[in-house]
Design a binder for this molecule. Structure first.
Ligand code: PLP
Length: 452
């Protein structure tokens, strides 16, 4: 492994210098600026990254659940270099080979008649444009979005978000109404089975539409498998039920696949698992593993045709940037050559899922294990009977101490975990080996003793 092994003073002082500049000049996302001290990272490869002292971490977070292909894939880097040498930038109004090919490949992967791609720089912009398209196509203005969802931090996307990250931005855009999606472990509907949860969630959605006026609703936006709010895998018939409701009332279904897509769920798109075809799919993250900023909206023929003779009132200077698109082309080809989607699916069923269930058997603090592919969560509780979360909603200080300690214990062992409220998500690259997954889960298992 070609990692930095320097442990000398130069490396330490370089690391301190970077940290110092960061503290002085970088304004960080979602953070109280005085309270963070990000780790300076010297390099990465595959499922690992390391600091300037050469200390390695197994990346069980895939950074922000986006490095699906693993770090520093040589073919992906070569493709970016090749494109940069040939044509580093060109405005969206021109055509270029990288953009056309990326759009063709993505459209080919998408279900049904979703065959045009509008490129953005990331997930929030993708959702922003999907909402705009749905509104313009239907001529309606309301949007239904789920509680316990995250759709990004631009005005429309953060308004659609159904978690506390929205609060600081309110009021943002008008016309967004939230509803409850299924979450059987903490059922908003007091359901006792998956079937009941599904039935009641769909009935609740119908009721919400009735009181809002279905004819005023342009779109329902949802994460097919909810990501940062807990890896909530929907009941078997839920997405098909939502699709049917949308069809009945002429509402556009937007699947936000920013986190769930491109292999994360062991499918190209999470909706494939349930054979559901949305009207719009938004993607980002895994499409090129974040080697360059890229996202987009995959648009059904029906919606795209709205703009055949009427201009689409939206655009971005970097829409379909050749470097980002070249990285997407390379990434999709690598996914196919290395059977990465299949790897993610098998890891979930044969390795990660079974091992996490054994972890749950050993630790009273684990209330539930859920997930699929390389997209798993352990929900931690103080008491399995009452399901009292180990860390209360909006926890801080003392009450968050258990999770802070757990995180520190993971890092001490060389595991970089993804921790959110009372959960740890197991979301390594889709390319992780079974052996690395096993070792990571062992470290997580040891660290969990602090929570029991
Ligand atoms: N949608 C989902 C489901 C996400 O998980 C995220 C980011 O985590 C976004 C949208 C926003 O994407 P971005 O940060 O690229 O704007």
């Amino acid at each position: 492994m070609t990692q930095t092994t320097a442990t000398d003073e130069t490396a330490t002082s370089q690391s301190e210098h970077i940290a110092q500049l960061d503290r002085s000049h970088v304004f960080h996302s979602w953070s109280a600026q005085a309270q963070i001290s990000p780790l300076p990272v010297a390099g990465a490869e595959g499922s690992y990254f390391w600091d300037y002292s050469g200390r390695r971490y197994l990346d069980f977070s895939s950074q922000l659940v986006n490095v699906n292909i693993g770090h520093q894939h040589p073919k992906l880097i070569a493709a970016i270099q090749e494109q940069a040498a040939r044509l580093a930038t060109i405005a969206p109004s021109f055509a270029n080979d990288a953009r056309s090919e990326a759009a063709r490949l993505i459209a080919e992967l998408a279900p049904g008649d979703l065959n045009k791609v509008f490129f953005t720089n990331g997930g929030a912009e993708a959702n922003e444009n999907a909402l705009r398209m749905a509104r313009l196509h239907t001529g309606r203005h309301k949007v239904l979005a789920a509680y316990r969802s995250y759709h990004g931090s631009t005005a429309g996307a953060i308004t659609a978000t159904g978690d506390p990250r929205r609060w600081g931005s309110e009021p943002a855009i008008s016309g967004v109404v939230h509803y409850w999606g299924p979450y059987q472990y903490r059922s908003p509907f007091h359901a006792e089975s998956e079937e009941q949860e599904c039935e009641r969630a769909l009935a609740h959605l119908r009721d919400t539409l009735m009181v809002e006026g279905a004819h005023t609703v342009a779109a329902i936006i949802l994460e097919p498998v909810v990501g940062t709010n807990g890896i909530l895998v929907p009941p078997e018939n839920y997405l098909a039920g939502v699709r049917a409701i949308c069809d009945e009332f002429g509402i556009m279904l937007i699947a936000d696949e920013v986190m769930a897509g491109f292999g994360r769920c062991g499918e190209w798109f999470a909706v494939d698992r349930w054979n559901v075809t949305p009207d719009l799919i938004t993607f980002a993250k895994g499409v090129n593993s974040g080697y360059l900023p890229l996202g987009g909206v995959i648009i059904s023929a029906k919606i795209a045709s709205t703009f055949d003779n009427v201009p689409y009132p939206g655009g971005l200077t970097y829409s379909g940037h050749p470097l980002a698109c070249a990285s997407a082309v390379a990434s999709i080809n690598i996914f196919k050559e290395e059977k990465i989607v299949e790897n993610a699916r098998t890891l979930g069923t044969d390795v990660i899922g079974p091992l996490l269930k054994q972890v749950a058997d050993r630790h009273p603090s684990v209330g539930e294990v859920r997930g699929l592919g390389v997209f798993w969560a352990l929900e931690l509780v103080t008491d399995r009977e009452t399901r009292q979360p180990l860390v209360p909603f909006n926890a801080s200080g003392e009450s968050a101490a258990a999770m802070t300690k757990f995180t520190a214990e993971c890092k001490r062992r060389g595991l970089w975990p993804f921790v959110h409220f009372n959960r740890t998500h197991v979301v390594p690259p889709c390319t992780i080996t079974a052996e690395d997954a096993r070792q990571g889960i062992e470290m997580l298992d040891e660290a969990l003793f602090v929570a029991d």
